[in-house]
Ligand binder design. Structure first.
Ligand code: FCB
Length: 476
């Protein structure tokens, strides 16, 4: 059970950060030689995003980064996780780097460092240069080599000033939502292509990690961020347990198997044998993927509840990954997803902080000795300014409190969690949902692009400054 709202303190070295990603905040999509990424193309394709919304301007962070860094500093944040737009630094996804693009990130990092905020760079948060998609995208092996080259370029440019590196953000979404259900860019719906994409993303991670290490100072750390699911069966019935096993393989094992252990789970091969023969896994790939990691990033929002398709379960079915007539789960037609009971956020995602504790403890067992970071956690609510212009979001404070308390409980239980990045610093382009879903601790008025910290930003800022969760009766 989540702890009651009370003061909970963290180790002094615990890192308190916030996270964003390039396409969701930067805008300036045609500046400095940047070319379209798959998300530019997808969001400009009619019917793909809510209201046809796109990231052309987003929250204009490209021009307002100084203001945004100042805001983080005022709040007292210790770290900032952001991603690099591949199309900004290597517009066609191959060839020489564009210095104007790299200069933007150099300036951003210098601004962060000048304010005492630790930068954490994610190289790939879903925005593949369109030219690489035109050449086949992630189902194509060459994309992994292109990523390694790009990683080297960015590592060379920023490795002297950024210590924390993340190769990929949530490769599950890139592969399974981008090439399976098609609710994310590039919007393809190919069951076999989904698993090919997953393998090539794994390869990209491994080759990218090696490329980074070949050009960066040894003190820098290399990690990746997984949206590893906490998968729960509706019952202990063998059919429901088998359903949970299958989804666990397709959500988690497909990535952590090769990355942490150097092998895909045998049960994954069995579950997907009608979809693919995995012949694209070449000799040497598993060794290339199984690079030592310095840390693992976990992104957590809500648990998954599954059963065998024939199990009768009352209540709505939902897997929380958006509506599509195509499943993101190849080979799992015999599995049903159910709405976990409990209160939900504006995304319809059930609030269950215990799932975060479960996830942390799972990876504490899965990868003993590997430092963990929560690289994303947060909630969308229908935030609106009061007449006095302030934005009160007590639900988000409760969400953050509940989840951070579970992180603290995991640390007490022996987990090595080094930091937490709130998703997100500010409201932004929430992919296929457009601007309607507000995840920010900072409110953005989309007509003026004015930033207003919500009460959760002040709450979180106090937690960051004091290293303890504020008392529940404190007003922000
Ligand atoms: C994660 C993404 C992030 C944001 C949050 C809500 O899956 O990494 O960009 O969309 O979900």
């Amino acid at each position: 059970m989540p702890e009651p709202m009370s003061s909970v303190s963290f180790p002094p070295s615990f890192l308190w950060g916030a996270a964003t990603s390039a396409y969701q905040i930067e805008g300036a999509v045609r500046e400095g030689g940047r070319t379209p990424s798959i998300w530019d193309t997808f969001s400009h394709t009619p019917g793909r995003t809510a209201g046809g919304e796109h990231g052309d301007i987003a929250v204009d962070h490209y021009h307002r980064y100084r203001e945004d860094v100042a805001l983080m500093a005022e709040l007292g944040l210790g770290a900032y996780r952001f991603s690099i737009s591949w199309s900004r630094v290597q517009p066609t996804g191959r060839g020489p780097a564009v210095q104007v693009g790299l200069d933007f990130y150099r300036r951003l990092v210098d601004e962060l460092l000048a304010h005492g905020i630790k930068p954490a760079v994610t190289l790939y948060h879903w925005d593949l240069p369109q030219e690489l998609e035109d050449a086949g995208g992630w189902p194509e092996r060459d994309t992994a080599y292109r990523f390694a080259e790009y990683a080297q370029i960015v590592g060379e440019a920023l490795g002297d000033r950024v210590e924390q590196w993340i190769t990929l953000n949530e490769p599950w979404c890139s592969a399974f939502l981008g090439y399976g259900s098609g609710v994310h860019a590039p919007g393809r719906t190919e069951p076999a292509g989904t698993l090919r994409a997953a393998h090539h993303l794994n390869l990209a991670h491994g080759l990218g990690a090696s490329a980074l290490r070949s050009v960066m100072p040894a003190r820098n750390t290399v990690a990746l961020s997984l949206n590893s699911a906490t998968v729960r069966p509706v019952s202990q019935d063998p059919a429901d347990l088998a359903a949970a096993r299958k989804i666990d393989d397709l959500a988690n094992g497909v990535f952590h198997g090769p990355i942490l252990h150097g092998a895909y789970p045998e049960t994954l091969f069995a579950a997907t044998e009608l979809v693919t023969d995995w012949s694209y896994v070449q000799d040497g790939d598993l060794a290339a993927i199984n690079q030592p990691l310095d840390a693992l990033g976990l992104n957590y929002y809500t648990p998954a509840l599954v059963s065998a398709a024939e199990t009768e379960v009352t209540g709505p079915r939902a897997d929380g990954h958006g509506a599509s007539e195509h499943t993101p789960w190849p080979g799992a037609d015999d599995v049903a997803f159910h709405q976990t009971p409990g209160d939900r956020t504006a995304m319809g995602w059930t609030i269950d902080p215990t799932g975060l504790h479960e996830l942390i403890m799972r990876y504490t067992r899965e990868a003993p000795g590997l430092p963990l970071y929560i690289t994303e956690n947060g909630a969308a609510y229908d935030d609106k300014p009061d007449p006095d212009g302030r934005v009160h979001d007590p639900e988000r404070i409760a969400y953050l409190h509940g989840h951070l308390a579970e992180v603290r409980r995991a640390i007490a239980d022996g987990a090595d969690v080094r930091g937490y990045y709130l998703w997100s610093l500010m409201d932004n382009f929430e992919w296929a949902y457009g601007y309607e879903k507000r995840f920010g601790a900072v409110y953005v008025d989309y007509s003026t692009l004015t930033r207003t910290p919500k009460s959760s930003a002040y709450w979180y800022g106090k937690a960051a400054r004091t290293g303890a969760l504020p008392e529940s009766d404190e007003v922000f």
